[in-house]
Design a protein around this ligand. Structure first.
Ligand code: E4P
Length: 223
């Protein structure tokens, strides 16, 4: 399963890149605003200098022509830029045009398997079901992901499923068990993935046991 980092923060991206398992980045207007960025172009340019995998940048227009125009501009920033379009009728129409022009589209703000089916039929390269926001209204977000993976498998759609709106490591585990292609993960959750109290406890015990028998470094008296 590929891991994308769900952030517009360049420092978080640089740190995560050092871990070696960040396969891409997803941004959205709220993540850009959190960084105080009204104009996302420069930030996307900077991110694409650090990340070679897919970098999703979201259009702000809501009309078909505006989405197409913005999508073309974003797609020209770098070859790994993916254009994010909301799953509305207008977004689907813009997806069809941009996909035919060979731009990669990430259909975002997806909350049902039927929306995801439409995204695949429109030619989206990625679809982003928002599991955390579904959970928050009492809908089983990962159940929607499971339905999407089943439907795409039934018909051989190549659209990749990005599990989005991730709130905790359980979402990452469930995404992997279901067989989603990608999970886009906030930096805070990335930091939670590796932590386990038994690992910390075990490492401390190993080092303590070694300390009991370690010979002092030559010339240094063992005190
Ligand atoms: C990713 O592409 C989405 O925009 C993001 O995961 C949404 O997360 P949120 O529900 O925390 O805003």
């Amino acid at each position: 399963m590929k891991f994308f980092l769900d952030t517009a923060n360049l420092e978080e991206i640089k740190v995560a890149a050092a871990y070696g398992f960040m396969d891409g980045v997803t941004t959205n207007p709220s993540l850009m605003a959190r960084e105080g960025l009204g104009d996302q172009v420069k930030q996307i340019e900077a991110i694409c200098k650090v990340v070679t995998g897919p970098v999703s940048a979201e259009v702000l227009a809501t009309d078909i022509e505006g989405m197409i125009s913005e999508g073309r501009a974003l797609g020209k920033i770098a070859e790994n830029v993916v254009v994010k379009l909301p799953l509305t009728m207008q977004g689907l129409a813009a997806t069809k045009v941009l996909a035919e022009e060979r731009y990669k589209v990430n259909a975002t703000l997806v909350f049902s398997a039927l929306q995801a089916l439409l995204a695949a039929k429109a030619g989206a390269a990625f679809v982003s079901p928002f599991v955390g926001r579904l959970d928050e209204i009492g809908v089983d977000g990962m159940g929607v992901v499971e339905d999407i993976v089943t439907i795409y498998g039934n018909y051989g759609y190549e659209t990749e499923v990005i599990v989005a709106s991730v709130r905790h490591p359980q979402h990452v585990l469930q995404a992997a068990l279901i067989g989603a292609d990608i999970c886009t993960i906030p930096f805070k959750v990335v930091q939670q993935l590796s932590g386990h109290p038994l690992t910390d406890k075990g490492l401390a015990a190993f080092l303590a046991d070694h300390g009991k028998v370690a010979k002092p470094a030559s010339g240094r008296k063992k005190n």
